[in-house]
Design a protein around this ligand. Structure first.
Ligand SMILES: [Zn+2]
Length: 304
């Protein structure tokens, strides 16, 4: 199956890549520091700028006008760097507020363990109000470590829901633990009367049972299939076509989760570019889905 897709893809590669005018990439990265909040690692912002800029420039002929940079606070979120790159390239780069509980809690500061959900939400709403280094965060990024949710996971999701109610921002939640973890988070939102439409199930591609994708979308949530690459294109295509067949393309998001400058590696390590989705993945899908996936859905999910 996958092999056949690649054959098709490689044939299509000789055609010009489809440009999708006004498109948004909803989940990519410019920089990540996996050592997290405990890290004293320093990086040279000018070096990251120099390496990231051409990768962003490659997107312009493909019609991309905006990228949601999903690196959480404490793991390399750098609003100043994003602003520099936005000014230089003309591609909007959105940053986020929130705290991310996945990645073995590397992005969780000590105060998040002792404060209540309400206190955390207050911090995030303040960032939305006052900006992160002068830049307004445009979405909430959180993450849970697995299923069943631990107390800290539940608190972070509650805080995200409270922040969403206060600010109107949408929550993108990196979900380890597949469909059951996504459903547990949607229950938390429901208990706080935060609409499911404010929730993006990040990494839904890790759940192999499409029934979960369908139920989450029917409940009103966004189902985001991330990490599209040469290795995974066949599965990602199956996921999107499943949603389309069920009439749920309007609840579906796709991303590469690509990039990025790896803090702590010489020269930032290997930086995966952002064009594969346009050049190779979209041609595997019916053209009438392209605008829905890359223009309409990102705007409906996150605003702007
Ligand atoms: Zn990511």
């Amino acid at each position: 199956m996958v092999r056949r897709e690649f054959l098709i893809a490689s044939l299509l590669q000789n055609r010009p890549a489809p440009a999708v005018a006004g498109s948004t990439l909803v989940h990519e990265h410019v920089i990540v520091d996996f050592a997290g909040v405990a890290s004293t690692a320093k990086y040279d912002r000018a070096e990251v700028f120099r390496i990231a800029r051409p990768k962003l420039e490659e997107l312009k002929p493909l019609g991309c006008v905006r990228m949601l940079e999903c690196t959480p606070n404490g793991l390399g979120r750098d609003a100043r760097l994003l602003k520099m790159l936005e000014d230089a390239t003309g591609i909007e780069l959105w940053t986020n507020t929130g705290i991310y509980g996945a990645a073995k809690r590397a992005g969780v500061p000590d105060y998040a363990r002792t404060e209540t959900a309400r206190e955390l939400a207050k911090r995030w709403a303040a960032e939305w109000k006052n900006g992160v280094d002068g830049v307004k965060p445009r979405f909430i990024k959180t993450g849970v470590n697995g299923f069943p949710l631990e107390e800290l996971d539940r608190k972070l999701v509650e805080a995200a829901a409270l922040t969403s109610l206060e600010t109107g921002l949408t929550i993108a939640s990196h979900t380890n633990g597949g469909g059951p973890a996504a459903e547990a988070q949607l229950e938390i939102l429901a208990s706080l009367k935060c609409p499911a439409s404010k929730f993006v199930w990040v990494h839904a591609q890790s759940e192999k049972d499409h029934g979960y994708h369908e139920r989450a979308a029917r409940a009103g949530a966004w189902v985001e299939f991330d990490g599209i690459s040469e290795k995974s294109a066949g599965w990602h295509r199956d996921c999107v076509l499943y949603m389309k067949d069920k009439g749920l393309l309007g609840r579906t998001l796709v991303s590469q989760d690509a990039g990025w400058y790896h803090v702590g590696e010489p020269g930032g390590g290997s930086y995966r570019g952002y064009t594969y989705l346009y050049t190779t993945f979209l041609p595997l899908l019916p053209p009438e889905t392209w605008k829905t996936l890359l223009v309409d859905n990102p705007r409906r999910a996150f605003g702007g």
